[in-house]
Design a protein around this ligand. Structure first.
Ligand SMILES: NC(=O)c1ccc[n+]([C@@H]2O[C@H](COP(=O)([O-])OP(=O)(O)OC[C@H]3O[C@@H](n4cnc5c(N)ncnc54)[C@H](OP(=O)(O)O)[C@@H]3O)[C@@H](O)[C@H]2O)c1
Length: 297
C-alpha cells in the first residue's frame, strides 16, 4: 500500500530538519514526534509531544501513521528508547520503519564488531525479528557514509582547526559520502518505493572522495600540519578515551567511527548504490568543491 502519512522521531536534530523538509516537499503528511512544544516549525507539520519513556505515549502518537523515520541520536539517547520507538510503531500497526542508521554499513562484518555501533545492530536485529513475526511490518535501513556537509563543518571527516590535521592511512582511502539533503532524498525515495526497498538496507552516495582530495579542494593543504594516523590504532585510542577521568565517551565514539570510515577493509566505499531507484543524484566536482568551501573555515 502506498505510504502517505509519515512520522519522524528526532526531526529537530542534525539530520532531521532536512528529512522533514524533503518529506513535506514530496507531499507526505508529516508528524513530528518531539519531547517539547516547538515554536518554529513548518505549518504543514503536525507536532506530537511524546514521552519517550512511555510505550503508550509513543503508540498513541503513531496511531494512523503509515511509516516512521527515526533520526534519534545515538550515544546521547538511551538504547531502550530506540527499541521502544520501534515497538510502538509495531504496536500501532505501521507498515514501514526506517531506523536511525544513516552512516556506515552496520551489516558489514568488521563494522559490526565496533562496540560503538552495537545499539544500531541490536535495533536492526529487533526489526528483522518483528518483520518475521508480522509480514505487514517492514523496515529499510539507509546507509549513506559520513555526512559530507556536516562532516566538514564539524571537522569530523577533515579537521582543519589544528593544531594538527589527522590524515588516516595516508589519506587516499576513498569513502562514499552524502550530504544531509541527499540523505533526505534517499528517505523520500524509500517511502515512494516501499516494495523495492522492503526489509533490506539501501546504499546511497553523492560522491566518493578521499581526505587528500578534500584537503586539496579546501585550498588549505599548504598551511596545515598533518598527523599521519593508522586506523588500526584508533580502537586503542578509543579505549584510551574511556580511561580518562572522567571518561570521554564522545571521543571514544569518534575514534571508533573514524575506524569504520577510513579503513579500506570496512566497506565504506559502497560497491552497489541505490541512487537511481531513490532519486539521489551524484554530485559533480564543482558541486563538491562548493560544499567543501562552504563548510571548511
Ligand atoms: N553519518 C554521519 O556522519 C552521521 C553524523 C551524525 C549523525 N549520524 C546519525 O544520524 C542519526 C541522527 O543523528 P542526529 O545527530 O541528527 O541526532 P541528534 O541531533 O543527536 O538528536 C535528534 C533529536 O533527538 C531528540 N531526542 C529525543 N530524546 C532525546 C534525548 N534524551 N536527548 C537528546 N535528544 C533527544 C531531539 O529532538 P526533540 O528535542 O525534538 O525531542 C533531538 O533533536 C543517528 O543515527 C546518528 O548516528 C550520522
Amino acid at each position: 500500500m502506498a505510504i502517505t502519512k509519515v512520522a519522524i522521531a528526532g526531526g529537530t536534530g542534525n539530520l532531521g530538519p532536512a528529512i522533514v523538509k524533503a518529506l513535506l516537499d514530496a507531499d507526505f503528511e508529516v508528524t513530528l514526534l518531539t519531547r517539547s512544544t516547538l515554536d518554529e516549525q513548518d505549518p504543514r507539520t503536525k507536532i506530537e509531544v511524546v514521552d519517550y519513556d512511555s510505550l503508550d505515549s509513543l503508540t498513541k502518537a503513531l496511531a494512523g501513521q503509515d511509516a516512521l523515520v527515526s533520526v534519534l541520536g545515538y550515544g546521547t539517547i538511551p538504547e531502550e528508547i530506540h527499541l521502544r520507538v520501534v515497538d510502538a510503531a509495531y504496536k500501532a500497526g505501521l507498515q514501514r520503519v526506517i531506523p536511525s542508521e544513516f552512516g556506515s554499513d552496520t551489516t558489514h562484518p568488521l563494522v559490526a564488531q565496533l562496540p560503538v555501533l552495537a545499539g544500531k545492530i541490536a535495533l536492526l536485529k529487533h526489526l528483522q525479528e518483528l518483520a518475521e513475526e508480522d509480514k505487514a511490518f517492514t523496515w529499510t535501513a539507509v546507509f549513506n557514509g559520513p555526512f559530507l556537509d556536516w562532516g566538514l563543518k564539524e571537522n569530523f571527516i577533515l579537521d582543519l582547526q589544528g593544531p594538527v590535521t589527522p590524515i588516516y592511512n595516508g589519506g587516499d582511502v576513498l569513502f562514499s559520502t552524502t550530504t544531509r539533503d541527499g540523505i533526505a532524498q534517499a528517505v523520500v525515495g524509500v517511502l515512494k518505493h516501499p516494495d523495492e526497498t522492503k526489509n533490506r538496507p539501501v546504499f546511497v552516495a553523492e560522491t566518493e572522495i578521499s581526505q587528500n582530495q578534500l584537503l586539496q579542494m579546501s585550498g588549505q593543504a599548504h598551511v596545515i600540519s598533518i598527523e599521519s594516523v593508522r586506523t588500526e590504532d584508533l580502537e586503542q585510542r578509543a579505549m584510551d578515551a574511556l580511561q580518562r577521568t572522567p571518561p570521554d565517551h564522545h571521543l571514544f565514539a569518534k575514534n571508533m567511527i573514524w575506524r569504520a570510515i577510513f579503513s579500506r577493509d570496512h566497506g565504506n566505499q559502497f560497491l552497489q548504490l541505490d541512487n537511481e531507484l531513490l532519486g539521489v543524484r551524484e554530485l559533480d566536482e564543482a558541486e563538491v568543491i562548493e560544499i567543501v568551501k562552504q563548510n571548511c573555515s
